[in-house]
Design a protein around this ligand. Structure first.
Ligand code: SAM
Ligand code: SF4
Length: 409
């Protein structure tokens, strides 16, 4: 989502005549688009702000803007003062950047005329912003606000424009995309409509409480939908899921995964897990390990709990010592990687149609994606957006390797 927001801002300032440069010293304006989900993101931003402050005092950078979730947080007022920032914008008013760089004022953060892109062949499309949940640990509802769903016509209109302009891969974006609803329509209706007008579709992120079996079956049935599901579980312990206010039990999550595996047996499944949330016991952790083993995730983002000021969990008792958090982190990671490695091995020997996401690097390897959602390194000169066919020769826990040069499809 941040990459998408950055794309929009990049387009906006390019329209005002700016060009992108690689070094701070070459910039008239530096925009730091930020994340606030965990404290280490804030630490990194402070490091950049310190450096920018120094460069500005030396006259080597003119203006600095802070945007994104830190910009929407209370903490931004203190940062503005400490680092003498010229412009601070939150997540709902990034359009004000237009005015700052001398463009006519815009009224919306997402405007169909300003499609954010990963490079033209592939595009992100925001279908909803904000979040109506109140997970104990999460700052997102505070900085991104409550859920706002974009009308279906506006989403489809943007996608039709993108496809007409050559986009071959559309990713629907939102904090809880599957909670999307508008005028009696639900997420699955939107997904089905999108799958009829885009050649390749994926969506992220979903919430288990909103995920309908109908959607899971549509993933399996519809040729244009990538068979890859990202469904954050956070914990395998019902006790912790309740403390976190996730709104589902582990058993319900397992049932969803069964439906997905049945609908798309070859598909990939990923999740988010938090280790060391206040109050997490050894027994809770064991239950997470068990769930990870049973669901056999193809990958997972594992996060060490980071207290966010203003969230419920930040003041909860039962802080888990750092050493314990680190051990639990490694145990979950090992479990995920073992499963992923085993599942990836099953792909070896098969021929795959691969969508090229990023062109080849110096060693001739392009990065692509199969219809099952596996990441593949493949020897090919094909351009991003092209499809090639190649045989999978080996596999690691994170990626498949196609040895022979792919044939253009
Ligand atoms: N909306 C998504 C959902 O419901 O799962 C996730 C959004 S959040 C930006 C991405 C992930 O960051 C979460 O799934 C969670 O695992 C992690 N996360 C959020 N707050 C966190 C915190 N305070 N400490 C550690 N990880 C956190
Ligand atoms: Fe944060 Fe996701 Fe929970 Fe919303 S549903 S509060 S974004 S973790």
């Amino acid at each position: 989502m941040n990459v998408h927001d950055s794309d929009r801002m990049r387009r906006m300032i390019q329209d005002a005549g700016y060009a992108e440069v690689q070094r701070y010293e070459d910039a008239d304006l530096v925009i730091l688009n930020t994340c606030y989900v965990r404290e280490n993101a804030v630490d990194r931003v402070k490091g950049h702000l310190g450096e920018l402050n120094r460069l500005r005092r030396e006259g080597r950078v003119k203006k600095v803007a802070l945007t994104g979730c830190i910009g929407a947080a209370e903490e931004s007022a203190a940062l503005r003062q400490t680092y003498d920032i010229d412009l601070v914008l939150g997540t709902h008013n990034t359009y004000e950047l237009a005015e700052f760089v001398g463009l006519p004022t815009m009224r919306e953060t997402y405007t169909p005329e300003l499609p954010g892109t990963e490079g033209g062949h592939s595009a992100f499309v925001t279908i909803m912003t904000g979040c109506n949940y109140q997970c104990s640990y999460c700052i997102v509802p505070t900085v991104r606000g409550r859920m706002i769903c974009r009308p279906m016509g506006s989403v489809i209109g943007e996608i039709e424009n993108l496809v007409a302009g050559g986009t071959g891969y559309v990713t629907l974006l939102g904090q809880t995309v599957d909670a999307w609803r508008h005028e009696g329509k639900r997420f699955c209706d939107l997904l089905e409509a999108v799958s009829e007008c885009a050649p390749r579709v994926w969506f992220t992120t979903s919430h288990p409480s909103n995920m309908e079996d109908r959607t899971l079956r549509a993933i399996g049935e519809r040729d244009t939908i990538v068979k890859r599901l990202h469904l954050p579980v956070q914990s395998g312990s019902d006790r912790m899921l309740k403390v976190m206010h996730r709104g589902y039990k582990a058993e319900r999550y397992r049932r969803k995964i069964e439906v997905f595996r049945e609908a798309a047996p070859d598909g990939t499944l990923s999740t988010d897990i938090i280790v060391g949330h206040p109050g997490e016991t050894e027994d809770d952790h064991e239950q997470t390990l068990r769930l990870v083993e049973e669901c056999a995730f193809d990958s997972a983002y594992i996060f060490k709990f980071s207290p966010r000021r203003g969230t419920e969990a930040a003041s909860q008792p039962g802080i888990v010592p750092d050493g314990v958090v680190q051990r639990r982190f490694l145990e979950v990671l090992r479990q995920v990687e073992q499963n992923a490695f085993r599942r990836n091995q099953r792909k070896v020997g098969g021929e795959e149609e691969i969508y090229i996401r990023h062109g080849s690097t110096e060693d001739g390897k392009a990065i692509g994606e199969t219809w099952s959602g596996h990441a593949v390194h493949v020897n090919t000169d094909a351009a991003p957006g092209d499809y090639v066919k190649a045989r999978i020769e080996s596999a690691g826990p994170h990626v498949l390797y196609a040895g022979e040069p792919g044939t253009p499809v």
